[in-house]
Structures are given as structure tokens and as C-alpha cells.
Design a protein around this ligand. Structure first.
Ligand code: PHE
Length: 403
């Protein structure tokens, strides 16, 4: 797919046997939908960000700093090793992640930046960004999605600030790992961090989905937190997983040079929440440039309730194209040309007839091109414009003779 090297947002990377990123995936790098004004993912991200800005203040300054422009190319060390992912963790498989080469990859989660953000001196931050996982494409799966990561650290004084008499309490001990705490944490520090995290995140869920929603904590496992949980909320009668979180592994804080503190972290996926909150039926719609989609999210107040209304039943529209083949004709060249001109409007191209004139020995092909728009009905007129452009370009560039 690529030559010796590949360029991603201005940086050149040498390719090697690990490289499995594709041009289609790299097209998404830099789109930053979470930063696009009035995009539903931007509305979601502001709901979360506003919650932290409004509820965590030191004087008048928000405690959590926000970072939404960090490039998605990270080292394998950042994405895996820095987070204590075991050598045989399934997410390391080339079938699951996008590798730029043997050293760099597209981050599979925003947690990839935890260690470095703490190392740079941050005690409380939110990180918003695009993440990449190899996956099939259907209504609920897409190989690119967006996450918000949150981290909060406490010094001994901060964590025990609400305890009437903190003498004798400490963050650390030389203890035993249990289901409820890490070996190095005292029970009181583990419980206080857990309580601070759970009450903060429950409040956030209420801020996003409303005061009256039911929620529950489910035990979970992540290599970089212990203990770990998932928060679920009841939405239209079904339990919906909202986020993953936990008490940060002390070893990670130590590698960041903040081993005198303890902390919690969470990660939340924006697409799934936005789909539920706005009744968006298909994850691919987030990538739509269509004004029929975008205009439904054009609100000044990010808390405005919105219910997405699908624009049509999306009928297909198919047109045939027939031509005599020139010498050296390649079907794949034609398919590429159709995709280049028709883009996402082309759902399918198939060869429906292969004819050889017995007298002249000339070959002709007939292809059926199926057009379908993601969120509206295409008119025959619109389709004709594209179809004619394809005929014209096929004649000009491939030398075919239209029949
Ligand atoms: N990174 C995890 C994921 O993508 C979520 C997470 C973040 C869990 C932080 C715990 C702490 O699933």
C-alpha cells in the first residue's frame, strides 16, 4: 500500500513488516471531529468538560486542564508498556491495532498519554482524542472513535483534607494485594480514592443523562488500574456501559515521578454515548459532511435535548455502464476510478456481463454501479451527474469505448 515511508500529519515514518495502517484510516487522522463546532461529538465532549469545569474549582480556576489536540501517533511503549499491558495482551495483536511500523502506532486508547501527562506535572486533566482499533464496519462499529480520558491525583494532604483527624493515616504501606486494593496502598487511601472517583463519575453521568437515571458499578479489569470498574446506566430499559475506570497502578505513577501521590483515572467513549443520547442510528453518520445531519446539532447550548430524525429510507439507485475494453485494461483501475469519483455514494460495483464479439474478438464489459446516500434519497438526476462523470473519465483515462 505504501512505499518505504508514510507521512502522517507532517511527520514521515519508515514502513516495515509491522505496517498495517491503510490510506483510508490515515484520511481520518487530523479530522478531529471532537473539535468541530456543533458536531455531536463536540457537544458530548463539552457536556463532560463543562461538568468538570463547573464542579472542580480552585478559587475560580478549573482544576482539570483540558488537552484536545494531541496527535494520535504514539509509540508502542506509550500505548502498551507504559500502562503495564502484558506482552501477550490481545490488543497488541496486529489484527487488533493499527501499526505505523514496529515502533509507532495509532493510539488504541487515550490512556496512552497518562504517564507522560503526569510526568509533565499535571495533577488533574482531561484528554480528548481520536482512537483507532481494527474492527469491522457496521452500524455500531467503526475503526476510529473518540474518547475522553480523565486523571486526578492526590497528595497525602489533599486526600485526607476532609478527615477530622488525619494523624496516623498514610497513603502507603507494605501490605498485601486484595480485590479491594493494591499492595502498596493502605485501605484508607484506596477507599478514599475510590469514593472520590465514584461520586465524581456518578455525578457526571447524572449531568449528561439526567438526575433520575439509574446506575450501577460493575467490577472490571484493566492492566493499568486496580481495582477497576465500569459504570453502567439504565437507558430505555437496558443497561449501557458508560465508562471504564479505576485506581491507577502505583507503578505508573512511580514511572512518572509522582510516587508520593495516588490517583484515579477513567476513559469514556463518545460515539456510543452520543448515539444513545441523540438517537443516532449509525456510527458512520458522525463522519457525514451532510448538512441534513449536521444541521440537527446546530444549537447554542450544548445541553439542548436533541433527537436525531433519520432523513429517509436511503433507497438504492443503480445504473449500468458498458464499454469496449482497450488493450491492457485492468478491472481494478476501473474500480478505483469509480471510487475516486463516486466516493462514499458508491455502495457496490459489479461486473454483470462479459461479452466477446465472435467476429472482431473485441471484449466488452458491463458493470452495475449501485449508488446509495447515507442519509438521504438520491434523485436519478443526481446519480446521472456522477454516472456521466464516471463514463467520461473512464473514456479519457482508461481509454475504454463507451457502448
Ligand atoms: N483505556 C480504557 C479503554 O479504552 C478505559 C480506561 C481508562 C479504564 C482509564 C481505566 C482507566 O477501554
Amino acid at each position: 500500500l505504501f512505499g518505504e515511508s508514510v507521512s502522517i500529519s507532517g511527520t514521515t515514518y519508515e514502513t516495515d513488516t509491522m505496517t498495517n495502517v491503510t490510506p483510508k484510516i490515515l484520511e481520518k487522522v487530523g479530522k478531529n471531529l471532537h473539535n468541530r463546532k456543533k458536531h455531536p461529538l463536540n457537544l458530548m465532549r463539552w457536556r463532560i468538560q463543562n461538568f468538570f469545569n463547573d464542579n472542580f474549582l480552585k478559587g475560580r480556576t478549573p482544576v482539570f486542564s483540558v488537552h484536545d489536540d494531541i496527535k494520535p501517533v504514539v509509540t508502542l511503549e506509550q500505548n502498551f508498556d507504559s500502562l503495564l499491558a502484558p506482552a501477550d495482551h490481545p490488543s497488541r495483536k496486529p489484527t487488533d491495532s493499527y501499526y505505523v511500523n514496529s515502533s509507532y502506532m495509532l493510539r488504541a486508547h487515550t490512556s496512552a498519554h497518562q504517564r507522560d501527562m503526569m510526568k509533565s506535572g499535571l495533577d488533574a486533566f482531561l484528554l480528548v482524542g481520536d482512537v483507532y482499533r481494527r474492527d469491522e464496519i457496521d452500524a455500531t462499529h467503526y475503526p476510529v472513535f473518540h474518547q475522553v480520558e480523565g486523571v486526578r491525583l492526590f497528595s497525602q494532604r489533599e486526600l485526607f483534607s476532609n478527615v477530622a483527624d488525619p494523624t496516623g493515616l498514610s497513603l502507603f504501606e507494605d501490605g498485601r494485594k486484595t480485590d479491594h486494593k493494591q499492595a502498596i496502598h493502605t485501605m484508607e487511601s484506596a477507599k478514599l480514592v475510590e469514593h472520590d472517583m465514584k461520586s465524581s463519575l456518578e455525578k457526571m453521568a447524572n449531568h449528561i443523562f439526567g438526575k433520575d437515571i439509574e446506575s450501577r458499578w460493575v467490577d472490571a479489569y484493566f492492566p493499568f488500574t486496580h481495582p477497576s470498574w465500569e459504570l453502567e446506566i439504565k437507558h430505555q430499559g437496558e443497561w449501557l456501559e458508560v465508562l471504564g475506570c479505576g485506581i491507577m497502578e502505583q507503578e505508573i505513577l512511580k514511572s512518572a515521578g509522582v510516587d508520593h501521590k495516588v490517583g484515579w483515572a477513567f476513559g469514556i467513549g463518545l460515539e456510543r454515548l452520543a448515539m444513545k443520547l441523540y438517537s443516532i442510528p449509525d456510527i458512520r453518520l458522525f463522519w457525514s459532511e451532510d448538512t441534513g445531519f449536521m444541521s440537527q446539532f446546530d444549537v447554542d447550548d450544548v445541553n439542548t435535548p436533541i433527537t436525531y430524525k433519520p432523513i429517509s429510507q436511503f433507497p438504492q439507485c443503480s445504473n449500468d455502464i458498458s464499454f469496449w475494453l482497450p488493450d491492457g485494461y485492468s478491472e481494478n483501475d476501473f474500480y478505483d476510478l469509480v471510487r475516486t469519483i463516486g466516493g462514499d455514494l458508491v455502495e457496490q460495483v459489479s461486473l454483470v456481463d462479459d461479452f466477446c464479439n465472435p467476429k472482431t474478438q473485441r471484449h466488452s464489459h458491463c458493470y452495475r454501479i449501485v449508488y446509495r446516500h447515507m442519509e438521504k434519497t438520491l434523485t436519478q438526476k443526481e446519480v446521472n451527474v456522477i454516472h456521466e462523470a464516471i463514463q467520461q473519465q473512464a473514456a479519457d483515462l482508461l481509454g475504454v469505448e463507451i457502448r
